[in-house]
Design a protein around this ligand. Structure first.
Ligand code: CMP
Length: 146
């Protein structure tokens, strides 16, 4: 059976129009299917809604500031192990650590700081379902799952 995950190409990636198509090629080359993709531009309220679980953390304001700084892209990816596959491709949250421990990952290549880390990936099937639903109201995992 296929698994589904939500990927974000964050504003620093989308500020350079050459990067999203290049990264989507890399995603496909790693045998992840790109089922949906959509550009977004968030208000402060949108950012706070998606990242509500981080409210109160020291980086919350920074995170919302970053995610509202410009357009970004949401993707739905699938493969037999999409959640792990995508997280393995993006690498550790912290780009500096990624450059040391996982130099071939996307965050090692493109990430700037702990906050400006260029990519997001769902961390569990439950979160993937919620996050896909948040961005793609008409995408129903169960309808794809046959
Ligand atoms: P993401 O995977 O989208 O989910 C939460 C985000 O919070 C994370 O990527 C980073 O952008 C940000 N973040 C997580 N940990 C830190 C941290 N220690 N310092 C600053 N920002 C962080």
């Amino acid at each position: 059976p296929l698994q589904y995950t939500l990927a974000l190409l964050k504003p620093d990636i989308c500020a350079n129009p050459l990067l999203p198509p290049k990264i989507i090629d890399t995603i496909r080359a790693r045998e992840l299917n790109v089922l949906e993709q959509k550009p977004l531009l968030w208000s402060q309220a949108d950012a706070e809604a998606f990242y509500g679980e981080h409210r109160g953390k020291f980086f919350f304001e920074r995170l919302c500031g970053y995610m509202t700084s410009g357009p970004f892209m949401a993707l739905v990816l699938s493969s037999p192990n999409a959640i792990k596959d995508w997280r393995a491709l993006i690498g550790p949250t912290h780009p500096v650590r990624a450059r040391i421990n996982a130099p071939d990952t996307l965050r090692a290549l493109y990430g700037l700081t702990d906050t400006r880390n260029s990519f997001h990936g769902s961390d569990s099937p439950e979160n993937a379902r919620q996050e896909i639903e948040f961005f793609f109201k008409d995408f129903h995992i169960d309808a794809h799952q046959k």
